[in-house]
Design a binder for this molecule. Sequence first.
Ligand code: ATP
Ligand code: MG
Length: 395
Amino acid sequence: MPDLQHDTVILARLGEITLKGLNRGKFERRLIENISRRLRRIGSFSVVQAQSRVWIEARDNQQDLEAALGHVVSVFGVVSASPVWRFRGDLDMLLAQAVAFARTQVDPARVQSFKVESRRGNKQFPLTSPEISSRVGEAIMVALSDRLRVDVHQPDFTVYVEVRDTICLYARVVQGPRGLPVGTGGHGLLLLSGGIDSPVAGYMMASRGMELDAVYFHAFPYTSDRAREKVLALADILTAYTGRLTVHIVNFTDIQIILRDHCPPDMLTIVTRRMMMRIAARLAEKVRAKVLVTGESLGQVASQTLEALLTTDTVVAMPVFRPLIGLDKNDTVDLARRIGTFETSILPYEDCCTVFVAKHPKTHPSLADAVQAEEGLDIEGLVGQAMTLIEEVAL
Ligand code: ATP
Ligand code: MG
């Protein structure tokens, strides 16, 4: 009987990153850094990359591994991850370990079906992949015939065997979020409201590797402190995907009052949005973000018609990314549920646009309408004033 020592580690698989040619190293290093940073919150882990995979090992107690797995599968760039038994040895060792591993999968309450799937990266190993599967399956059946039966079509569980320079056994494959590691896709400024859409927009850009700052326009006392807390709660949920996130809270009250007193009511929403965009663009320059990100979707509300979007775009020199532009609201809601922001987004606190909203906003404003509505406003002065009224919350 061989000595059945093994390490229990997490194996994370990478997807799109492995398609990167010369840049691949940069993407992999960033991914490792992002995983390491995430795990630092819960313990001491080593994270190393080998053969297009990332291996995560607890430095001390193994108990943290399940929590670590949960974190690993929320890091963009990870396609899936598995807790694995890892060891070195020959066929006898593999068979003994596989039997011990299968025992850990057995459900005492019922007879289960299983199958074995093998991959052989190490061509020195004397058996082919199908031969490995059949020998391992046979060994497990001999040892556990009263508990298990083979079903290659719809097994209750699969024992995966991978033979490389080490041998790995695992049964669970937990899906990751895919995408690219945050920090490889430039830097954007997310306009984050307390609604359903903008957190999802942030998630989508982060999934393409974009690092984010967030800006929230707060109009206290028209919007309550609870609205502010709600936005911070949403930002906090987003950090699970984005990593560190700074929320810049703009005190927008005085500006909204000036705009309300100055503009025709049916143009107020557009003028307010143009002002938000200008301030956001100025802030973006300050934090070195190169693009603005919003949760707008074509036609969703009056301020999101094509004309309205064009009218707001013209006030900024940088591009505006709207990752939800072609998405149905129901699909956005599904995404919000999946990423865990939905329940917070639907808390009933008003946002600053609804406080001053007109009954019948102009749905197809021309640029000339907007310029006319803003005539006489000291735009530059208002933007400058807003920049002095920003509170930073680093999450
Ligand atoms: P959301 O659900 O994201 O609030 P929405 O459908 O309610 O979107 P609007 O309220 O018109 O639409 O806002 C459109 C976009 O403008 C938002 O997705 C967000 O990016 C930005 N935005 C709106 N209000 C604010 C705010 N108070 N602070 C920061 N950004 C905002
Ligand atoms: Mg909103």
